[in-house]
Design a protein around this ligand. Structure first.
Ligand code: NOJ
Ligand code: MG
Length: 605
């Protein structure tokens, strides 16, 4: 396994070097979102402040320090809005209010304020495709109230040979079964791409678009830094409601049974995305401040995904069309060649003005450690965070949490799984294993909540696998550090041995960086070795608070406290004079790999 990690490290530096030579418009022009980590918080499972077993906004506020320490400067929150929780917040009944169990609008304002103090930006989830069936808009539409008649996709249905009324076509919902639900009161079917509690909005109605524009304006005015746009590829369906062709796959209730050529990735979708980009750009023009960003969620073929960046004519869309290919196209058996071609494919298809992004996990897909094997979690985190462009990660991945697959059917909450009833299949479908509470420490409920029962069970491995333990452990996967896009820094420590800190400036600009974000360092560090372009020499003493780096600098520090490991310095010094920094990194890694598990603290470079 270690050998494989080494291979991954090798090629990722190759890729990085290539990218450095062809940046988009020069590094000086990079906007905040181009050099950040987007860390997804699943609010229900992050931190519970009031002991009800459910995470909440005050809980998030109390843990902002963890984000800061981890080098995270933007966080995307899964939905926190009013919702009957049929799909755990992805069924919104009021788009501008906060769900009671998560807190209040005031709590949200406090979150923005506290996060901003730490330089952390808050991104909210924007769910335009559907509402809850408890949303006022839906209730009004059911009653055909003026202005709301066509807010959703309604249809009388088809009369079958049996003389009965059937759904208008064969469309299947993502969560399986017919995508149509009969509404008695209105006497019509409505379309739902997800659960029946999530009726699809009718985006062919300009009033719907206007209502959704208002939602974006509302949250922008509250100080959010952008939006993760949910299920964007499902926004439109063909108007004549044609049947979709069968794919040849079995199970006529399953979403895979049909080819979704009339209900997904329709060209109209992109115009709405470009329209929203304009709205965000105009907001900035009118109000100043940082660029608001749009991150779009679409599991689709690569050409369709690329169209979210910009139109053929260069009309701008989402800055971050999520790149899910590291998730969808790779697995336990993937080797370095698979990774490399996967990475190169995204870069080849991306428009030249685009910024690459890399998504390694989210609340819908198994965790990295479960998908690739726990031994590879470190290597995968390193890959994600050192690839050119934007890293997108999910809470818990930084400590290598694993899926909790022993959740019983009675404990299962995910509607996608519950519809199977108590059968073998529910475990294959359930997204609950990736949504269990964050493992902070080894106290009750992993420090997540003081409640007797938490909304989903805590993974029983929390006593060994938790953040507190990793912070103090000899071997750890905990990462963290905010420096710059150019500067990579990491700390290697083993009890009873010297602690070493590696700092590499991959860029041509000079930087002054504060190494104290690595945590647990003395105020001064001693230079063990430095690259040829460095102003430092072996034995120099530097202040951790403000380390000056020349262009392409590379320095190895020893924390002055402990006994000598002269051979390390000698090895690295020799390597530095002869080889380039990426090779040195590998040598340091090789040197240590007998006694260390890689414990890299890093940030996107
Ligand atoms: C994608 C979300 O990530 C998922 O959790 C949700 O069930 C669907 N969209 C429906 O909103
Ligand atoms: Mg709570």
């Amino acid at each position: 396994m270690k050998q494989k990690q080494l291979v991954i490290i090798l090629f990722l530096f190759t890729v990085n070097t290539g990218w450095c030579q062809a940046p988009n418009g020069g590094k000086n022009d990079l906007d905040w979102w181009q050099k950040t980590i987007f860390y997804q918080i699943y609010p229900r499972s992050f931190m519970d402040s009031d002991g009800d077993g459910i995470g909440d906004l005050k809980g998030i506020i109390s843990k902002l320090g963890h984000l800061k320490e981890s080098g995270v400067d933007a966080t995307w929150l899964s939905p926190i809005f009013k919702s009957p929780m049929v799909d755990f917040g992805y069924d919104i009944s009021d788009f501008t209010d906060i769900q009671d169990e998560y807190g209040t609008r005031e709590d949200f304002e406090a979150l923005i304020k506290e996060a901003n103090k730490l330089g952390i930006k808050i991104i909210v989830d924007f769910v335009p495709n559907h509402t809850s069936d408890e949303c006022e808009w839906f209730k009004k539409s059911v009653k055909r109230e003026p202005g709301y008649e066509d807010f959703y996709v309604w249809h009388d249905g088809r009369k079958g040979a049996d003389g009965k009324i059937h759904p208008p076509n064969n469309w299947i919902s993502v969560f399986e079964g017919s995508a149509w639900e009969w509404n008695k009161e209105r006497g019509q079917y409505y379309l739902h791409q997800f659960t029946a509690g999530q009726p699809d909005l009718n985006f062919r109605n300009p009033k719907v678009l206007a209502a959704m524009d208002d939602v974006l304006q509302f949250w922008l005015s509250k100080g959010v830094a952008g939006f993760r746009v949910d299920a964007i590829c499902h926004l439109f369906e063909v108007e004549d409601l044609r049947d979709e062709p069968e794919s040849g796959k079995p199970n006529n209730q399953s979403y895979e049974f049909l080819e979704h050529i009339y209900t997904k990735d329709l060209p109209e979708t992109y115009d709405v995305v470009y329209h929203w980009r304009k709205l965000l750009d105009n907001y900035k023009k009118e109000n100043g401040g940082d660029t608001p960003v749009m991150l779009t969620e679409a599991y689709a073929n690569i050409s369709s995904v690329m169209d979210y960046y910009e139109s053929k004519d260069g009309v701008q869309g989402a800055q971050v069309p999520f790149n899910f290919y590291l998730i969808s196209d790779l697995n336990m058996n993937s080797d370095a060649r698979d990774f490399l071609s996967n990475i190169q494919r995204w870069i080849s298809y991306m428009p030249v003005t685009g910024t690459p992004n890399w998504v390694l996990g989210n609340h819908d897909r198994p965790r990295v450690a479960s998908r690739f094997g726990p031994e590879r979690a470190d290597g995968l985190n390193l890959l994600l965070l050192t690839l050119p462009g934007i890293a997108v990660t999910y809470n818990g991945e930084e400590i290598g949490m694993v899926d909790y697959r022993d959740i019983t059917y009675d404990e299962t909450k995910d509607p996608a799984a519950r519809r199977f009833g108590f059968s073998e299949d529910f475990k294959e479908i359930s997204r609950d294993p990736v949504r269990t509470p964050f493992q902070w420490d080894d106290t009750k409920n992993a420090g997540f909540s003081t409640a007797e029962t938490t909304w989903l069970p805590v993974h029983p491995n929390y006593e060994n696998l938790n953040l507190a333990k990793q912070k103090s452990a000899e071997r750890s996967t905990f990462f963290g550090l905010a420096i710059t896009r150019d500067v990579l820094a990491f700390k290697r420590e083993l009890k009873g041995e010297d602690t070493f800190v590696t700092v590499i400036n991959f860029g041509s600009q000079e930087h002054t960086v504060d190494l104290r974000y690595l945590g647990g360092l003395p105020d001064t560090l001693i230079v063990a070795a430095a690259g040829s372009g460095s102003i430092y020499r072996e034995g120099d003493i530097v202040e951790a608070v403000s380390l000056k780096l020349s262009s392409h600098d590379s320095i190895l520090f020893r924390c002055i406290t402990v006994n000598k490991r002269e051979e390390t310095a000698q090895l690295v010094r020799t390597a530095l004079t002869v080889l380039n920094a990426s090779i040195v990194l590998i040598i340091v890694y090789r040197f240590y790999r007998g006694s260390f598990k890689p414990n890299l603290l890093y940030k996107s470079v």
